[in-house]
Design a protein around this ligand. Structure first.
Ligand SMILES: C[S@@+](CC[C@H](N)C(=O)[O-])C[C@H]1O[C@@H](n2cnc3c(N)ncnc32)[C@H](O)[C@@H]1O
Length: 159
């Protein structure tokens, strides 16, 4: 598989997964959390498919497309562990989280995700869904929906 094929498959899985999660949670109250603003692509998609929800965004950098800058009050700029701890001070309020943090180094991304998973758990409401680029220990793993190939993306439900 070429790198282009790989990117297309990853982005296709992200989009299908976000659409599926937004649909599953229709009518269930709670905020959305985007972990990893990056260019703002998935944040922009979340805005589109969950227009009535507050979307918290965590990233240490603000480097997104100008059209995708989150409202100041919803953007927690800093390291994810500190920002998740800050968000957790208000108690669990997130019904849908999308985890897309990381760099190009796979091993570092795995370690980061393992360390952050307990902090993600603190902000999640029971019954919430987590979609993640990385494996997140401590949550019930769901089968990939929407014909997303196995192992392409991670889907979790919060107990
Ligand atoms: C792959 S990009 C996110 C892509 C984005 N979801 C999109 O669709 O455009 C990963 C982002 O994670 C951020 N990041 C990586 N490690 C982080 C950490 N420990 N704390 C906060 N942000 C981090 C980087 O600054 C980068 O913007």
């Amino acid at each position: 598989m070429s790198r282009l094929d790989s990117v297309i498959r990853r982005l296709t899985a992200q989009r299908a997964g976000l659409n599926w999660a937004a649909e599953q949670l229709q009518g269930t109250p709670g905020d959305v959390l985007e972990l990893g603003l990056g260019n703002g692509r998935t944040y922009d998609h979340l805005r589109t498919v969950t227009p009535d929800r507050r979307i918290w965004v965590i990233d240490r950098n603000l480097n997104c497309h100008p059209d995708c800058v989150p409202p100041q009050d919803d953007f927690l700029q800093g390291d994810a562990d500190a920002m998740l701890s800050k968000l957790a001070e208000a108690g669990p309020q997130v019904i849908l989280a999308h985890y897309d943090l990381g760099t190009g180094v796979a091993a570092d991304n795995r370690v980061l995700a393992e360390g952050l998973a307990p902090l993600v758990a603190k902000v999640m409401l029971p019954g919430g869904l987590i979609l993640s680029d990385q494996a997140l220990p401590g949550f019930e793993q769901l089968p990939e929906p929407c014909d997303i190939p196995k192992g392409r993306y991670n889907f979790y439900r919060v107990a």
